[in-house]
Design a protein around this ligand. Structure first.
Ligand SMILES: [Zn+2]
Length: 353
């Protein structure tokens, strides 16, 4: 469907001079964003298993140098017990989580055996000064109902990964970089602490993610998905290098075809453009605005419609169907023809929050 929303009319009224200034401002903002991590199209989970090791300090320095933080460490309990002083260093660049105490194959373990492995690792990690783990990554990716139950009873979400870098299996630095390049918003990659090819991949992984405005995130302990760093991770990890922290805007939306594009416009400035999939996804940027926020559908065509579930701005959830400003929903025979109160954008137009 076709309609010129008020937003578009306003844009057309811009003079050439104003457009140039606007372009310059956007370019300046982009430079700032690249430097400070201000704009994130999404978050990915950068994870390292099996540490701490004699390599941990080197790896942490590489992560810091390349601003590839925060990361998640899935620590091997025996290694924690022999290197407890490395845990505070790990906490300085991320979160420390559970990867079992002796790293055994557990598919045939009893509930008690699994529980013992996981609780011993929790104890070693906490003894070294880290908060109680909330996530368990299964060695070898071996999960079953017994393992999941034992983990859940210890307050641990059991997970594996979305993408395996295969660094444990001799993958080249280029292959590790390439695996990381497949990461999409919310996904988590498996890497390891103690592998030289992984160390050598860090700079390029960071550069590639930055080019796509994908930011390292923490892992949500309720579902194993990568999300924005909260800045409230652990007692020792007071600094979140993700920037912002409290000031984020999250948009939850999907499209009917998976080709729909939306933009987040804050106080008349476009701060992000996202392509939707047919399933709901959360898109997050670092921005402290709590009003003057538009979610705008920009590429309407046959069979394309956008459904916006809600946004979260300044920590407050605002449902799309509670908003009266909606120039993109088809109501009363026209785009934006009614009083809003809809999750839908059937035409190019915006929901105002
Ligand atoms: Zn492992």
């Amino acid at each position: 469907m076709k309609i010129l929303s008020n937003v578009f009319l306003n844009q057309k009224k811009l003079t050439v001079t104003n457009k140039k200034i606007a372009t310059m401002l956007i370019a300046m903002f982009a430079v700032h964003a690249a430097a400070s991590n201000a704009a994130c199209n999404g978050y990915v989970g950068i994870t390292f298993d099996d540490g701490p090791t004699s390599n941990t300090t080197t790896l942490i320095n590489l992560l810091k140098q390349n601003s590839l933080t925060p990361v998640t460490w899935f620590n091997w309990g025996q290694h924690v017990a022999s290197n407890p002083s490395l845990i505070p260093q790990e906490l300085g660049v991320g979160e420390v989580q559970n990867h079992s105490y002796t790293h055994p194959h557990m598919a045939n373990f009893t509930y008690q055996q699994v529980s013992s492995e996981l609780s011993q690792d929790n104890q070693a990690i906490q003894n070294a000064g880290a908060p109680k783990p909330k996530i368990y990554r299964a060695p070898y990716g071996e999960l079953n109902s017994t393992i999941r139950q034992a983990a859940a009873d210890l307050g641990l979400f059991a997970m594996t990964w979305d993408i395996d870098s295969a660094d444990w299996n001799g993958a080249s630095t280029a292959a590790i970089v390439s695996a990381n390049n497949q990461l999409q918003n919310g996904q988590v990659i498996l890497m390891h602490d103690g592998i030289i090819n992984t160390n050598n991949a860090i700079a390029q992984i960071a550069a590639n993610l930055r080019a796509k405005n994908l930011c390292p995130g923490r892992i949500d302990p309720t579902n194993g998905r990568a999300i924005a760093p909260s800045g409230s991770g652990g007692s020792s990890s007071s600094s979140s290098s993700g920037g912002g922290g409290t000031g984020t805007i999250t948009v939850r939306a999907r499209g009917t075809s998976g080709q729909e594009q939306i933009q987040l416009v804050v106080n008349n400035t476009t701060v992000a453009t996202w392509t939707l999939s047919t399933s709901y996804q959360n898109f997050t940027v670092n921005n402290s605005a709590t009003s003057g926020i538009l979610v705008k559908f920009i590429n309407d065509a046959t069979n394309r419609d956008v459904q916006v579930d809600y946004i979260i701005a300044g920590g407050v959830t605002k449902q799309a169907e509670d908003q009266t400003f909606n120039t993109g929903v088809f109501q009363s025979g026209a785009c934006g023809g009614g009083n809003g109160h809809s999750e839908w954008l059937n035409c190019n137009g915006a929901i105002g929050f």
